[in-house]
Design a protein around this ligand. Sequence first.
Ligand code: PEP
Length: 257
Amino acid sequence: MPTPAVYGNWKMNLDVVEAIHLTQQLGVLRRRSPLEHVEVGVAPPFVDLRSVGSVNEADRIGLVLCAQHVNEHESGAFTGEVSLAMLERLGVRAVIVGHSERRRLYGMDDALVASTVARVAGAGLRAIVCVGEDAEVRASGGEEAFVAEQLRAALGGLTEGARGNVTVAYEPLWAIGTGVVAETAQVAAQNHSIRVTLDELGLEAPVLYGGSVSPENAAELAREGAVDGFLVGGASLRAEAFHAVCRAVDDCYASTR
Ligand code: PEP
Protein backbone atom coordinates (compact mmCIF):
# COMPACT_ATOMS: atom_id res chain seq x y z
CA MET A 1 0.00 0.00 0.00
CA PRO A 2 1.51 3.35 -1.00
CA THR A 3 2.45 5.94 1.61
CA PRO A 4 -0.26 8.60 1.59
CA ALA A 5 1.02 12.01 0.55
CA VAL A 6 -0.07 15.62 0.38
CA TYR A 7 1.86 18.13 -1.69
CA GLY A 8 1.27 21.88 -1.67
CA ASN A 9 1.79 23.71 -4.95
CA TRP A 10 2.45 27.34 -4.09
CA LYS A 11 2.52 28.31 -7.77
CA MET A 12 3.73 31.89 -8.42
CA ASN A 13 2.88 33.06 -4.90
CA LEU A 14 4.94 34.04 -1.84
CA ASP A 15 8.22 35.92 -2.02
CA VAL A 16 11.13 34.55 -0.03
CA VAL A 17 10.15 36.26 3.24
CA GLU A 18 6.56 35.05 2.97
CA ALA A 19 7.73 31.57 2.02
CA ILE A 20 9.97 31.33 5.08
CA HIS A 21 7.10 32.51 7.25
CA LEU A 22 4.72 29.88 5.90
CA THR A 23 7.34 27.15 6.35
CA GLN A 24 7.87 28.17 9.97
CA GLN A 25 4.11 28.20 10.58
CA LEU A 26 3.89 24.67 9.17
CA GLY A 27 6.69 23.67 11.52
CA VAL A 28 4.77 24.97 14.54
CA LEU A 29 1.58 23.15 13.50
CA ARG A 30 3.40 19.91 12.79
CA ARG A 31 5.06 19.99 16.21
CA ARG A 32 1.74 20.73 17.90
CA SER A 33 -0.18 18.11 15.93
CA PRO A 34 2.25 15.54 14.50
CA LEU A 35 1.35 13.58 11.40
CA GLU A 36 2.23 9.92 11.60
CA HIS A 37 1.40 8.38 8.26
CA VAL A 38 1.32 11.04 5.60
CA GLU A 39 4.25 12.40 3.63
CA VAL A 40 3.94 16.15 3.24
CA GLY A 41 5.71 18.20 0.60
CA VAL A 42 5.71 21.79 -0.55
CA ALA A 43 6.56 23.17 -3.99
CA PRO A 44 7.62 26.81 -3.61
CA PRO A 45 8.69 29.03 -6.52
CA PHE A 46 12.28 28.30 -7.64
CA VAL A 47 13.64 31.44 -5.96
CA ASP A 48 12.31 30.34 -2.56
CA LEU A 49 13.63 26.78 -2.64
CA ARG A 50 16.94 27.41 -0.94
CA SER A 51 15.44 29.35 1.98
CA VAL A 52 12.50 27.00 2.47
CA GLY A 53 14.89 24.04 2.36
CA SER A 54 17.20 25.65 4.93
CA VAL A 55 14.39 26.41 7.38
CA ASN A 56 12.92 22.96 6.86
CA GLU A 57 16.26 21.38 7.70
CA ALA A 58 17.31 23.69 10.53
CA ASP A 59 13.96 23.37 12.31
CA ARG A 60 13.62 19.66 11.45
CA ILE A 61 10.14 20.23 10.03
CA GLY A 62 10.20 17.13 7.86
CA LEU A 63 8.70 18.52 4.66
CA VAL A 64 9.66 17.04 1.32
CA LEU A 65 11.05 19.84 -0.80
CA CYS A 66 9.40 19.81 -4.23
CA ALA A 67 9.73 21.85 -7.42
CA GLN A 68 6.88 22.98 -9.61
CA HIS A 69 8.65 22.25 -12.90
CA VAL A 70 12.03 21.35 -14.37
CA ASN A 71 13.59 21.55 -17.79
CA GLU A 72 13.95 18.18 -19.55
CA HIS A 73 17.55 18.83 -20.64
CA GLU A 74 20.64 18.27 -18.55
CA SER A 75 22.11 21.76 -19.05
CA GLY A 76 22.76 24.33 -21.75
CA ALA A 77 21.28 27.27 -23.61
CA PHE A 78 17.76 27.28 -22.22
CA THR A 79 17.32 30.82 -20.96
CA GLY A 80 15.10 31.11 -17.93
CA GLU A 81 14.97 27.37 -17.29
CA VAL A 82 16.21 25.30 -14.36
CA SER A 83 17.85 21.85 -14.51
CA LEU A 84 17.29 18.82 -12.36
CA ALA A 85 20.89 18.88 -11.08
CA MET A 86 20.33 22.44 -9.83
CA LEU A 87 17.22 21.34 -7.97
CA GLU A 88 18.91 18.27 -6.52
CA ARG A 89 21.70 20.47 -5.20
CA LEU A 90 19.05 22.41 -3.22
CA GLY A 91 17.63 19.26 -1.69
CA VAL A 92 14.59 18.91 -3.96
CA ARG A 93 13.22 15.37 -3.80
CA ALA A 94 10.12 15.59 -5.98
CA VAL A 95 9.02 17.54 -9.05
CA ILE A 96 5.54 18.30 -10.33
CA VAL A 97 5.51 17.41 -14.02
CA GLY A 98 2.91 18.42 -16.59
CA HIS A 99 0.71 20.55 -14.36
CA SER A 100 -2.27 21.69 -16.43
CA GLU A 101 -1.05 25.29 -16.22
CA ARG A 102 2.26 24.27 -17.81
CA ARG A 103 0.41 22.27 -20.47
CA ARG A 104 -2.14 25.01 -21.21
CA LEU A 105 -0.10 28.20 -20.82
CA TYR A 106 3.38 27.05 -21.87
CA GLY A 107 2.68 24.42 -24.50
CA MET A 108 3.92 21.42 -22.53
CA ASP A 109 2.71 18.54 -24.67
CA ASP A 110 2.56 14.82 -23.92
CA ALA A 111 5.99 14.18 -25.45
CA LEU A 112 7.60 16.84 -23.27
CA VAL A 113 5.80 15.54 -20.20
CA ALA A 114 7.14 12.05 -20.99
CA SER A 115 10.76 13.18 -21.42
CA THR A 116 10.59 15.27 -18.25
CA VAL A 117 9.11 12.41 -16.23
CA ALA A 118 11.84 10.13 -17.57
CA ARG A 119 14.54 12.57 -16.48
CA VAL A 120 13.09 13.16 -13.00
CA ALA A 121 12.11 9.59 -12.17
CA GLY A 122 15.23 8.19 -13.85
CA ALA A 123 17.37 10.29 -11.51
CA GLY A 124 15.62 8.81 -8.48
CA LEU A 125 13.45 11.82 -7.66
CA ARG A 126 9.69 11.50 -7.42
CA ALA A 127 7.81 12.71 -10.49
CA ILE A 128 4.34 13.93 -9.56
CA VAL A 129 2.67 13.56 -12.92
CA CYS A 130 -0.47 15.63 -13.44
CA VAL A 131 -3.28 14.40 -15.65
CA GLY A 132 -6.88 15.46 -16.01
CA GLU A 133 -9.63 16.31 -18.47
CA ASP A 134 -11.18 19.69 -19.19
CA ALA A 135 -14.88 20.48 -18.90
CA GLU A 136 -15.54 19.74 -22.56
CA VAL A 137 -14.07 16.25 -22.39
CA ARG A 138 -15.99 15.60 -19.16
CA ALA A 139 -19.24 16.74 -20.80
CA SER A 140 -18.65 14.34 -23.68
CA GLY A 141 -18.18 11.43 -21.28
CA GLY A 142 -14.66 10.72 -22.54
CA GLU A 143 -12.76 11.60 -19.35
CA GLU A 144 -11.50 8.12 -18.52
CA ALA A 145 -10.21 7.41 -22.03
CA PHE A 146 -8.60 10.87 -22.15
CA VAL A 147 -6.72 10.43 -18.88
CA ALA A 148 -5.72 6.87 -19.81
CA GLU A 149 -4.17 8.23 -23.00
CA GLN A 150 -2.30 10.93 -21.05
CA LEU A 151 -0.92 8.25 -18.73
CA ARG A 152 0.19 5.98 -21.56
CA ALA A 153 1.93 8.91 -23.24
CA ALA A 154 3.66 10.07 -20.05
CA LEU A 155 4.61 6.74 -18.53
CA GLY A 156 4.68 4.20 -21.37
CA GLY A 157 8.41 4.39 -22.04
CA LEU A 158 9.83 4.52 -18.53
CA THR A 159 12.90 2.47 -17.72
CA GLU A 160 12.80 -0.18 -15.01
CA GLY A 161 14.71 2.03 -12.58
CA ALA A 162 12.32 4.95 -13.02
CA ARG A 163 9.08 3.06 -12.61
CA GLY A 164 9.00 3.14 -8.82
CA ASN A 165 9.41 6.93 -8.67
CA VAL A 166 6.09 8.04 -10.08
CA THR A 167 3.06 9.55 -8.37
CA VAL A 168 -0.04 10.35 -10.40
CA ALA A 169 -2.10 13.44 -9.58
CA TYR A 170 -5.57 13.42 -11.10
CA GLU A 171 -6.54 17.06 -11.48
CA PRO A 172 -9.64 17.77 -13.56
CA LEU A 173 -9.09 21.20 -15.10
CA TRP A 174 -12.60 22.35 -14.27
CA ALA A 175 -11.87 21.84 -10.56
CA ILE A 176 -8.52 23.62 -10.34
CA GLY A 177 -8.70 26.97 -8.61
CA THR A 178 -12.42 27.19 -9.29
CA GLY A 179 -13.88 26.20 -5.94
CA VAL A 180 -15.75 23.45 -7.84
CA VAL A 181 -14.70 20.15 -6.33
CA ALA A 182 -15.17 16.92 -8.23
CA GLU A 183 -17.85 14.75 -6.67
CA THR A 184 -16.49 11.89 -4.64
CA ALA A 185 -18.05 9.39 -7.04
CA GLN A 186 -16.33 11.10 -9.98
CA VAL A 187 -12.98 10.97 -8.18
CA ALA A 188 -13.50 7.32 -7.23
CA ALA A 189 -14.41 6.34 -10.80
CA GLN A 190 -11.46 8.12 -12.38
CA ASN A 191 -9.20 6.80 -9.65
CA HIS A 192 -10.30 3.25 -10.48
CA SER A 193 -9.76 3.81 -14.18
CA ILE A 194 -6.27 5.28 -13.54
CA ARG A 195 -5.33 2.23 -11.51
CA VAL A 196 -6.45 -0.05 -14.36
CA THR A 197 -4.23 1.88 -16.78
CA LEU A 198 -1.28 1.82 -14.36
CA ASP A 199 -1.76 -1.91 -14.05
CA GLU A 200 -1.73 -2.26 -17.81
CA LEU A 201 1.54 -0.29 -17.84
CA GLY A 202 2.97 -2.49 -15.09
CA LEU A 203 3.26 0.43 -12.70
CA GLU A 204 2.39 0.73 -9.05
CA ALA A 205 2.01 4.37 -8.17
CA PRO A 206 0.16 6.40 -5.57
CA VAL A 207 -2.81 8.26 -7.05
CA LEU A 208 -3.63 11.71 -5.69
CA TYR A 209 -6.52 14.05 -6.37
CA GLY A 210 -6.18 17.80 -6.91
CA GLY A 211 -8.80 20.47 -7.52
CA SER A 212 -10.11 22.90 -4.90
CA VAL A 213 -9.21 20.59 -2.02
CA SER A 214 -9.86 22.21 1.35
CA PRO A 215 -10.20 21.21 5.01
CA GLU A 216 -13.96 21.00 4.40
CA ASN A 217 -13.84 18.35 1.66
CA ALA A 218 -10.53 16.53 2.26
CA ALA A 219 -11.77 13.87 4.68
CA GLU A 220 -14.65 12.72 2.47
CA LEU A 221 -12.52 12.77 -0.69
CA ALA A 222 -9.77 10.76 0.97
CA ARG A 223 -12.17 8.22 2.44
CA GLU A 224 -14.69 7.74 -0.34
CA GLY A 225 -12.59 8.75 -3.31
CA ALA A 226 -10.03 6.17 -2.11
CA VAL A 227 -7.15 8.39 -3.23
CA ASP A 228 -3.69 8.19 -1.68
CA GLY A 229 -3.61 11.90 -0.91
CA PHE A 230 -3.82 15.30 -2.56
CA LEU A 231 -2.07 17.92 -4.62
CA VAL A 232 -3.26 21.19 -3.11
CA GLY A 233 -3.09 24.65 -4.67
CA GLY A 234 -4.90 27.54 -3.01
CA ALA A 235 -5.32 25.96 0.42
CA SER A 236 -1.60 25.21 0.62
CA LEU A 237 -0.89 28.93 0.96
CA ARG A 238 -2.54 28.97 4.38
CA ALA A 239 -0.71 26.98 7.05
CA GLU A 240 -3.79 26.03 9.10
CA ALA A 241 -5.79 24.98 6.05
CA PHE A 242 -2.93 22.97 4.55
CA HIS A 243 -2.18 21.24 7.82
CA ALA A 244 -5.88 20.41 8.24
CA VAL A 245 -5.89 18.73 4.82
CA CYS A 246 -2.79 16.71 5.82
CA ARG A 247 -4.45 15.86 9.13
CA ALA A 248 -7.56 14.56 7.30
CA VAL A 249 -5.43 12.23 5.16
CA ASP A 250 -3.42 11.08 8.18
CA ASP A 251 -6.60 10.32 10.16
CA CYS A 252 -8.21 8.56 7.22
CA TYR A 253 -5.16 6.36 6.75
CA ALA A 254 -5.01 5.56 10.46
CA SER A 255 -8.68 4.68 10.78
CA THR A 256 -9.76 2.99 7.57
CA ARG A 257 -6.75 1.34 5.97
C1 PEP B 1 -3.47 22.81 -8.52
O1 PEP B 1 -3.23 23.83 -9.15
O2 PEP B 1 -2.73 21.82 -8.64
C2 PEP B 1 -4.61 22.79 -7.63
C3 PEP B 1 -5.06 21.64 -7.25
O3 PEP B 1 -5.12 24.02 -7.27
P1 PEP B 1 -6.36 24.30 -6.29
O4 PEP B 1 -6.21 23.41 -5.09
O5 PEP B 1 -6.27 25.75 -5.96
O6 PEP B 1 -7.59 23.96 -7.07
